[in-house]
Design a protein around this ligand. Sequence first.
Ligand code: PLP
Length: 351
Amino acid sequence: GRPIDAVAREFGLDPAAVVKLASNENPLGCSPKAAEALRVAVAETHLYPDFDCHALRHAIAAHVGVAADHVLPGAGSSEIILLAARAWLDAARAAVIPQYAFQSYEGAIRSVGAEPIVVPVRDWKPDLDAMLAAATDKRVHLVYLATPNNPTGTIIPRDELERFAEALPAHVLLVLDEAYREFLPDDEQVDIARLFARRRNLLVMRTFSKVYGLAALRVGYGIGDPELLALLRRLQLPFSVSAPAQAAAVAALGDTAFVDTARRENETERTRMAAAFDAMGIETIASAGNFVLARTGDGAANARALMQKGVIVRPVANYGLPDWLRVSVGLPHENDLFFEKLREVRSEMPK
Ligand code: PLP
């Protein structure tokens, strides 16, 4: 989504009145503990970060329940997405992704000259059988898969994912993107120990950008076999996770109350938004994330008209969904403003 300042400048709006529901950020901000860690870290701005992210790796390892050598922090999960492609693909290889997958996957695949093989979804969900069939192509060495998925918000049931992980050929790296994991109820979150018991060639990615509210800092991580992570690390920019990012992420992991609040409020507001779309006769897809995909008709025109009224949302024509808008779950008054402006836009648009 475009920055608030840029939109305010373009349309002559007061930045304080502009609401951004376009990048699946945390509307509550970040944990006060993370903010305090940042404040402290500022005093050490002249020092290089810990090259090994020691404290952060150990904090993540304890949180996830793995050894610290199974964790690789990166500059957001975006960096891990790219490292996986660079480590595992080249111009002679191909990668399988589902239709409506997060757009960075295709960019990462193409950036190393590899070919993306896009497998159509079934009923909005990745067609795992068709993806397995596609992965029998000898060129295929990587699969990207997200649950919950962005931009659709759909999830892959745990048993189906486990069967998929087991059936995928051993030489194929399965990259499982859990950027929105924390928004799922506990009993629907992927049990990654069970997945790793079924395949070694697996890289799980998570991020501090979403429920933890640290998107500006760029910090995420991969979980996987130490040998695989060592390969990724050799391709990584030295010091790619800044010292403030490391410190804030450690503090954020320690504030489970903040995460619980964010999860709860997201669910309440997401339910309210789905009902509001429904009341307007607008189709949505059941979302497990912190956003809702809604069929408003002409997403680009709607997004532009909303932006002029100070509400930034995400058109998804680049995903092949020109009739849809993706709206991040905001604070109650932000969501109310979105619906107020959406009603205005619809009443003003030529029918
Ligand atoms: N994966 C998915 C599915 C996402 O939606 C996003 C961000 O929107 C990312 C990864 C990248 O997030 P970050 O690089 O901030 O960790």
